[in-house]
Design a protein around this ligand. Structure first.
Ligand code: COI
Length: 359
């Protein structure tokens, strides 16, 4: 079911960034955004693309007090055949609706949501950058918007999509990052909201991230919230290890985000004949492997950074170097293949790319 989207174009187009090498991540926004409101009974209504502008909220709005917010992140690419494409958008839509269920927020019709993304990206197609490694990051977000302070599932909500031309997420680009194991704070617990992409998970992660950065590390490696023993994620990414030739990634226990890049990497690796184990992996198993030399590669996976090699791991006062602080063979192959498919430089055997329009 498609929503009836009205389009009001801006009268003051912004200047697009001249130097795409300086894009960074999420600081520049395009000319328009999508908005749609939900009210119990009426359902979703007033689907509209409007000029990019601040949002006005009631001071008692649920999102400001109880954190009723979920979001997604996906990218539009300018492919080498001149088309603008999305990467597995139906997976983001599915995950967003799972997140909505967890936070008692209203779901969005999947077909309608894809149409919203396609319509907005087509309108903003000139904002999709041209240089290698760049893309248009799309940030859909949905929040509870009841104008009173009672704690309950919301009756009103707002769905917004904004777009930002981006380059590399980490200043390091595809170079190895330094990661510290976090033994104090936890990101989330099983039964909590770990599998949902909600703002609160990221808010809870900030203190550990700040502490790691102050000590010279790019991000933290999260351990499970109950035993503080099993590895869950790295920073805001999923994590994978190559140990004795096999690929190991934490299983989706409920506290781990089901990453779309994670899923794509698992599918690619299996298609190349690797054994991929999705299972619990303890920090002791990881560091035993690091000590014995069995740990060959480690990397994070996420939409923003794609694939990010881990060069150093810090735990309990000791630092281990992974893969000589270089990009490992499998990490590089995953990066090359994923970005090759995304930018249309390689065949897309899985049919992951969705054409939006001609560029
Ligand atoms: C991703 O890479 O998928 C993320 O969610 C990162 C984002 C929070 C900036």
């Amino acid at each position: 079911m498609k929503y009836d989207i009205s389009i009001t174009k801006t009268k003051a187009q912004k200047e697009r960034p001249a130097d795409e090498s300086a894009l960074g991540f999420g600081t520049i926004f395009t000319d328009h955004m999508f908005m749609m409101d939900y009210d119990e009974g009426a359902g979703w209504h007033d689907a509209r693309i409007i000029p990019f502008a601040p949002i006005t909220l009631h001071p008692a709005s649920t999102v400001l007090h109880y954190g009723a917010e979920i979001f997604e992140g996906l990218k539009a690419y300018r492919a080498s055949d001149g088309t603008i494409r999305l990467f597995r958008p139906e997976e983001n839509i599915k995950r967003m609706n799972n997140s909505a269920q967890r936070l008692c927020l209203p779901e969005i019709d999947p077909e309608g949501c894809l149409d919203i993304l396609m319509t907005l990206v087509e309108l903003e197609k000139d904002w999709v950058p041209h240089s290698d490694g760049t893309s248009l990051y799309i940030r859909p977000f949905l929040f509870g918007n009841d104008p009173h302070l009672g704690v309950h599932a919301v009756k009103s909500a707002t769905f917004v999509v904004i777009c930002s031309p981006v380059g590399a997420y980490y200043a390091e680009g595809i170079n190895p990052v330094k990661i510290a194991i976090e033994s104090e704070d936890v990101r989330t617990v099983r039964g909590g909201t770990g599998y949902a992409k909600c703002g609160g998970n990221y808010a809870a992660s900030l203190r550990a991230g700040e502490r790691a950065e102050a000590r010279g590390y790019t991000q933290v490696l999260w351990l499970d919230g109950v035993e503080r023993k099993y590895i869950e994620e790295v920073g805001s990414m999923n994590v994978m290890f190559k140990i004795n030739g096999k690929i190991i990634t934490p299983e989706l226990t409920g506290s781990v985000l089901p990453g779309i890049t994670r899923k794509s990497c698992v599918e690619l690796l299996k298609s190349w004949g690797y054994t991929v184990e999705e299972r619990l992996i303890s920090v002791d198993e990881l560091f035993d492997a690091a000590k014995s030399g069995a740990l060959e590669e480690a990397w994070g996976t996420g939409t923003a950074a794609v694939v990010s090699p881990i060069g150093h791991l810090f735990y309990n006062g000791r630092e281990y170097t992974v893969c000589d602080n270089k990009i490992g063979e499998v990490t590089q192959k995953l990066y090359d293949n994923l970005t090759g498919i995304q930018w249309g430089k390689l065949d897309d055997p899985f049919g992951w790319s969705v054409k939006v329009c001609e560029g």
